[in-house]
Structures are given as C-alpha cells and as structure tokens.
Ligand binder design. Structure first.
Ligand SMILES: NC(=O)c1ccc[n+]([C@@H]2O[C@H](COP(=O)([O-])OP(=O)(O)OC[C@H]3O[C@@H](n4cnc5c(N)ncnc54)[C@H](OP(=O)(O)O)[C@@H]3O)[C@@H](O)[C@H]2O)c1
Length: 280
C-alpha cells in the first residue's frame, strides 16, 4: 500500500492525491454554481491540496476557491502560481517574471484567496527574458517577508531545478507527467532524490482518452475501475514524492479520481503498464 500523505518542504503535510482547479468555471451562472459545488466536495472528500494559478481567469479561479471554501479547514493547502501576465500589446497572456509583476500577483493572490500567507507559491514558468536570480530572488524575499511559505517551480529541467536551488529552497516542481507521458522522468528522479514534491499536471486526461484495448484500459477492466483511476493509482505508486492534481468540473469524475487512492496495483499490473526492460 502506498503512503497517502507527503510533507511539502519537509514540514507541511498534505494528502498526496490533490485537485487541479483550472477547469472550474468562474463566470456567473450554472457553471459557476457547479464549480462551487465541486470545490466544496473536494474538501468533503478529504483532499487537502488544491492547485490554482493567477493565469486561470486572471485571479478569478483563486476568488472562486475563496468563495467556495473560506474560512478554510486548517489542513487545506491552496497553492497558486504567478509569472504569466496579461501585459502584451493586445492584452494577451505571456510569461512575465519581472520582480514587480511577481510581487503584484502574489499580493493579488493574498487578497483574492483571503489569506495572510501563501504556503506554497509556484513560479508558473521561469521567464527566459528575466535573469533567473531576479525571479527566484524576488520569491526568496517574499518568503523572508512572510508573504509566502515555500517556493515551487513549474515546467523546469533538471538543470534549471539545480540552479534554482542555489538561489532559494525549492519545495515543489509541477511538470507535465503521467503514465502515458514520461518525458520529465529525469526531473521526477531529481525531485525524489531531494525530497521535493512533484505535482504532475495532466495526470489523467491521456489515460482517460486512451483505447480500451491499450494496456491501461485492459488493466482497468480487470480491476473493475476506469483508465483514469489506473493512471492515478500508477502515479501514487510510481514515487512517494508524487502529488497528482487531476482536474475536473464533473462531480462524478471527482469522486472517481478520489477513489483511485484505494486501488492497489499488483506487480503483474505494473509490469503490463510498464513492461520490464528486455535489455536490463
Ligand atoms: N503548471 C502548468 O503549466 C499546468 C498546465 C495545465 C494544468 N495545470 C494544473 O494541473 C491540473 C490538471 O491538469 P489538466 O487539467 O491539464 O489535466 P487532467 O487533470 O489530466 O485532465 C483534465 C481533463 O480530464 C477530464 N477528466 C478528469 N477526470 C476524469 C475522469 N475520471 N474520467 C474522464 N475524464 C476525466 C476532465 O474533464 P471533466 O471536467 O469532464 O471531468 C478534463 O477535461 C489543472 O487543473 C491545473 O491545476 C498546470
């Protein structure tokens, strides 16, 4: 059986199976009512890690979570991301890691989430147009000033992670990764070696869309579960530092995803999902 909790930054316990809020609708109307219900059900199900970002609606997603869940349970970690801004000439979203933008988005997030401190603040992307030391140095200053608790990164290479850690402690990395997309395996391995939380984004969609005849579909059928659940169970099994953040705006999918924590994959299942290397 895999462990169900992880301490982010070594000291902040969360349930490993989290939730990604990106798909929750924020515009007034039935979509928003559904989104509020989904967010509340997330907490009722005992999930204690919710991922959002300034990018998701320009802060509207953070506001929605506050409306649904504030005052927050003590054990809930809502982590947000900064560093993508609507600053292009046509008002389009683009990477923007300038210190003033990062500071402003953190202040906005504090206001929108109605908190004194953001316990885990992720840099959505390292902006190649701004020296990394300026971006990470700004986050270190915000941490030292108590505005944020810990710093995370997103979509980084092993080398970027190593260099970032020379500037500030890194508590988490959020890269795209799943049973069917292992590109960032070396980054996961680096996180595991350093005890850094690894939050794979897009953890279920590829498996949910895969053919029933694919190995994930066959294993799911045998266990009487869904391919999405197998993909989540596999992630939880793959490494103790993995904290998947599946996203859904569908209550039934949410229940399904949360239940994946209880699925035990046997060696034979794992071998089919991950065929042994014939050259090993
Ligand atoms: N750091 C980054 O750059 C980055 C990029 C993208 C996303 N993220 C974060 O990662 C989270 C997850 O990523 P993601 O949303 O791209 O991918 P995902 O969680 O793998 O997939 C979400 C999609 O799969 C569907 N889905 C969810 N559970 C399902 C189930 N049990 N069965 C069938 N379909 C299911 C959802 O539709 P329904 O609503 O119909 O269920 C939605 O279309 C996001 O919410 C966001 O917080 C981060």
């Amino acid at each position: 059986m895999t462990t169900t909790t992880f301490r982010v930054g070594g000291d902040l316990p969360v349930r490993r199976l989290g939730f990604g809020a990106m798909h929750l609708a924020t515009e007034p109307g039935p979509g928003r009512e559904n989104a509020l219900a989904v967010a509340r059900r997330v907490v009722e199900l005992g999930i204690t890690l919710i991922d959002t970002a300034h990018l998701y609606g320009g802060g509207a997603n953070e506001e929605l979570l506050a409306e649904a869940l504030h005052p927050y349970p003590d054990d809930l970690l809502i982590t947000t991301k900064v560093g993508v801004a609507r600053t292009g000439p046509g008002g389009e979203w683009k990477l923007d890691g300038r210190p003033e933008i990062l500071r402003d988005q953190v202040e906005q997030a504090l206001r929108r989430l109605r908190v004194e401190r953001i316990e885990l603040l992720q840099l959505h992307r390292i902006d190649p147009a701004v020296p990394p030391a300026d971006q990470l140095g700004t986050l270190r200053e915000l941490r030292d000033a108590g505005r944020i608790g810990r710093v995370g990164l997103s979509e980084v290479t092993v080398d970027e992670l190593r260099r970032a850690r020379e500037i500030v402690d890194i508590a988490s990395v959020q890269n795209r990764y799943s049973l069917l997309d292992r590109t960032h395996e070396p980054v996961l391995d680096a996180c595991e070696a350093a005890g850094i939380a690894f939050l794979p984004w897009r953890p279920v969609a590829p498996a949910a869309a895969s053919a029933r005849t694919a190995p994930v579909g066959a294993v799911a059928a045998e266990l009487g579960v869904t391919p999405a659940q197998v993909a989540l169970a596999w992630l939880l099994h793959r490494s103790p530092v993995i904290l998947p953040i599946p996203g859904t705006a569908d209550l039934a999918h949410l229940e399904e995803n949360a239940a994946a924590e209880r699925i035990g994959l046997e060696r034979a299942h794992l071998d089919r999902l991950d065929p042994p290397d014939p050259h090993a």
